[in-house]
Design a protein around this ligand. Structure first.
Ligand SMILES: Nc1ncnc2c1ncn2[C@@H]1O[C@H](COP(=O)(O)OP(=O)(O)OP(=O)(O)O)[C@@H](O)[C@H]1O
Ligand SMILES: Nc1nc2c(ncn2[C@@H]2O[C@H](COP(=O)(O)O)[C@@H](O)[C@H]2O)c(=O)[nH]1
Length: 191
């Protein structure tokens, strides 16, 4: 068997401080690129906007989520502020089995769980912005003050996780961040 044939695909994890721009920059850098696909999370959190539900999530009811848990549906799951979030194991593994690299956007507990399960093909890219910038960006996105305050209250614990990650990017200027993400990912997948 050739070296190429034995190589497992990479799992790129976008993690970091909440509101740091993970979704925006990861999708801008990678969506539509051949050979890599996003694995969306499931959550029982209701959409923040009914008119424009966040396409990052598969929204399920709390009852559905509990049933999925009972059926060992998730590769990892967390509870954040009374809501459940998780990455479907089958989604993730089907993508990997077809030879695609994947990317996920999860918090630090999710990152640790995926590393534990999938090992050294997991690459964590940590994004952060300073607290004041996060606040301004989320206010301009129209997020409620309650959610923003909650995000900011976890900032200190979240930012220390950068030390465990393979790559750290301060997301200042969006195009610069997108270019850095592309460079990091290309370096791995063109090995
Ligand atoms: N470099 C940047 N400059 C200005 N605005 C940005 C930048 N990066 C992201 N944003 C904006 O900041 C807001 C938060 O970004 P995004 O939702 O991608 O963050 P996130 O880390 O995925 O958040 P969450 O914690 O909600 O999952 C969005 O309105 C996005 O357009
Ligand atoms: N471990 C996981 N964390 C996840 C997942 N999906 C999202 N998240 C993280 O949850 C918080 C809160 O998200 P919000 O959209 O309600 O603001 C944020 O840090 C997300 O990255 C997941 O499947 N697993």
């Amino acid at each position: 068997m050739t070296d190429m044939a034995t190589k497992r695909p990479y799992i790129f994890i976008f993690t970091g401080t909440a509101g740091s721009g993970r979704k925006t920059t990861a999708h801008r850098a990678l969506k539509g690129r051949d050979g890599i696909q996003h694995v969306p999370s499931c959550t029982d959190r209701p959409p923040r906007s009914i008119e424009h539900p966040d396409s990052d999530y598969r929204y399920v009811s709390p009852q559905q989520f509990q049933l999925m848990l009972l059926n060992d549906y998730f590769a990892e799951h967390v509870i954040i502020d009374r809501h459940y979030y998780g990455i479907g194991r089958r989604y993730l593994e089907t993508a990997l089995d077809t030879g695609n690299h994947v990317y996920l956007i999860v918090n630090r507990e999710g990152s640790d769980a995926i590393v534990k399960k999938y090992g050294d093909r997991v690459i964590r890219i940590f994004l952060y912005a300073d607290k004041k910038t996060v606040q301004e960006r989320l206010e301009s996105k129209g997020m409620s003050y309650g959610v923003i305050d909650n995000y900011l209250s976890h900032y200190g614990e979240e930012v220390t996780y950068r030390k465990s990650c393979e790559h750290v990017i301060e997301n200042v200027e969006i195009e610069g961040t997108v270019a850095q993400i592309r460079r990091i990912v290309e370096d791995y997948i063109s090995e």
